[in-house]
Design a protein around this ligand. Structure first.
Ligand SMILES: Nc1ncnc2c1ncn2[C@@H]1O[C@H](COP(=O)(O)OP(=O)(O)O)[C@@H](O)[C@H]1O
Ligand SMILES: [Mg+2]
Length: 131
């Protein structure tokens, strides 16, 4: 991946160090959802997602620190990593004032589980048992 930052060598800031205004916060949340959805469509979770592993470069959100990317289906702990990622970063956005209710982390997780073809919680082990 190319360096993200300024010509003088200053790296793009981590999301953790920013206090985005409400409009930007919502925009970053949508960008994050798009990036995580693309991973989930491939059956992958970041695996160590936090506001420290997200850079914001000129308004664009970038995931970094991906070497431990997790196979959500093949790794027995995959669903747990996906849930931890969604909850940890969702809580960060809620703590920064993301509007639209406190269910954002759970809604994100539900969408990512569906995209990764994990289905609802209750079906996880049934699916493994038969498949
Ligand atoms: N400004 C940046 N532009 C591009 N890649 C970056 C930038 N900052 C960090 N990275 C990359 O993201 C990866 C993880 O960085 P970092 O989160 O600092 O490492 P770790 O959490 O393992 O200590 C590294 O491979 C690093 O090169
Ligand atoms: Mg890191």
């Amino acid at each position: 991946m190319e360096f993200l930052g300024e010509p003088d060598g200053t790296g793009a800031p981590r999301l953790a160090g920013l206090r985005p205004e409400p409009d930007e916060l919502r925009d970053l949340w949508h960008q994050l959802g798009d990036a995580l959805a693309a991973l989930a469509d491939l059956g992958l979770a970041h695996g160590d997602l936090s506001a420290y592993n997200l850079l914001v470069h000129r308004g664009r959100l970038m995931l970094i620190d991906l070497p431990q990317v997790v196979d959500v289906i093949g790794n027995p702990q995959g669903p747990d990593y996906l849930a931890r990622d969604a909850r940890r970063i969702g809580e960060w956005f809620l703590a920064r004032g993301l509007s639209g209710g406190g269910s954002a982390p759970e809604e994100l997780l539900a969408e990512l589980r569906e995209r990764a073809r994990l289905g609802p919680w209750a079906a996880t082990y049934v699916g493994r048992a038969v498949g």
